[in-house]
Ligand binder design. Structure first.
Ligand SMILES: Cc1cc2nc3c(=O)[nH]c(=O)nc-3n(C[C@H](O)[C@H](O)[C@H](O)COP(=O)(O)O)c2cc1C
Length: 356
């Protein structure tokens, strides 16, 4: 008898499920799924069944990056588990690491709704959430409750109302709060949905933030790698300046890239794009931009700077392209929404098959 849970069946089941989910707004679906996953915690054997269906282990997948041991190179990108509430549940979908956040020192509601839109013909999403999150204190409470221990990255940012000149105070507060509860940090200055945040790519402003965080790290016994998440919309000159700053300031790596403000080459009609308005674009149309930036950073640093590649991974081959371009690890967000819970396992199987 055919296995009812083979990859093809799971894929078809998800396509049907997705058809119904996509009848609701993207943000509503997010809340439904998050609620369902929280309820499922109380269903006996749900976690082990989820792991049996979606995880895939092989010694060929193991990676050591920045001193951390990853069971496989695929992680969940920031933005899906903003408050660190579902770290175990997402790791049961096969991810070896979960990046929570972005987390700001104080809670904030983000931008008015609607603020998240699917561009189905482009396999993409536009969002302008504006870093809505429950604040660092609540996130720590959530992280204290997790039972299993996948690697957790703390993606931190400043509160929207904090002016850029005082941004370092915010990054410091979030960093200090999360220090004992995450395994690495990401400085997010690249979210296009918070006014003027991207100005923090400026080397002078950014070095103020980095100096503070590395100074605090020196006072701790446990070392936490710190990475910088960059925008795909930077010029190569800006990128050169950032690479230089990263190398001299003791940062441990780069996350490349965040969402783009570009709308170039989309199939979605100009009328619909205009109706949606501003926001960061993720998914398939971002892939080439992210890939180019990963290749550029890898070549420029002669492979000496760890890169977490993210942006437009919609097929297992996309993930392999990122690894081949020089990424040590790869993250997924939009691909997971479109391809479903079996996506990570598909990627991992292909990595093993192709011995990447
Ligand atoms: C709805 C949504 C919310 C996001 N929120 C954040 C965030 O809070 N912080 C952050 O650094 N990146 C955030 N991102 C960006 C993702 O982490 C990722 O860099 C980007 O989506 C590109 O990857 P993808 O094409 O696989 O989605 C968000 C992305 C989406 C789609």
């Amino acid at each position: 008898m055919a296995n009812p849970f083979c990859a093809l069946h799971l894929h078809i089941m998800y396509r049907i499920f997705r058809f119904f989910l996509f009848c609701f707004s993207a943000e509503t679906v997010h809340h439904i799924i998050a609620f369902a996953l929280k309820v499922a915690r109380y269903v006996p054997f749900f976690g082990p069944i989820q792991r049996a269906l979606f995880t895939f282990r092989s010694p060929l997948l193991e990676r050591e990056v920045m001193g951390l041991k990853f069971k496989n190179p695929i992680g969940l990108a920031a933005g899906l588990d903003k408050n660190g509430e579902l770290v175990n549940e997402f790791s049961n979908f096969g991810f070896s690491f979960i990046e929570i956040g972005s987390v700001t020192p104080n809670p904030q509601p983000g931008n008015p709704k609607p603020r998240c839109f699917r561009l189905i013909p482009d396999q993409a999403i536009v969002n302008r959430f504006g870093i809505n999150n429950k604040g660092a204190k609540t996130v720590v409470q959530n992280l204290k409750q997790r039972r299993r221990r996948p690697i957790v990255g703390g993606n931190i940012s400043k509160n929207t109302l904090t002016p850029n000149e005082k941004a370092a105070d915010d990054y410091e507060k979030a960093f200090l709060r999360l220090y004992d509860y995450v395994d690495y940090f990401v400085i997010n200055v690249s979210c296009p949905n918070v006014e003027n945040l991207c100005q923090l790519h400026d080397v002078d402003l950014l070095s103020g933030i980095i100096d503070r965080l590395t100074e605090i790290r020196r006072c701790h016994d446990e070392y936490r790698p710190i990475l910088l998440k960059v925008s795909p919309d930077l010029s190569y000159e800006q990128l050169n300046n950032l690479i230089e700053l990263i190398l001299i300031s003791g940062l441990d790596g780069v996350v490349a890239t965040n969402t783009t403000t570009s709308r170039e080459g989309l199939r979605t009609s100009p009328e619909r794009l205009q109706a949606i308005g501003k926001g960061g674009l993720s998914g398939a149309p971002l892939k080439q931009k992210s890939l180019d930036i990963i290749k550029y950073i890898h070549n420029k640093t002669e492979g000496n700077l760890p890169i977490i590649g993210v942006g437009g991974v919609m097929t297992p081959q996309d993930a392999i392209d990122m690894l081949n371009a020089g990424a040590s690890l790869v993250q997924v967000y939009t691909g997971f929404i479109y391809k479903g819970p079996g996506f990570v396992r598909q990627i991992l199987k292909k990595i093993v098959k192709e011995k990447v």
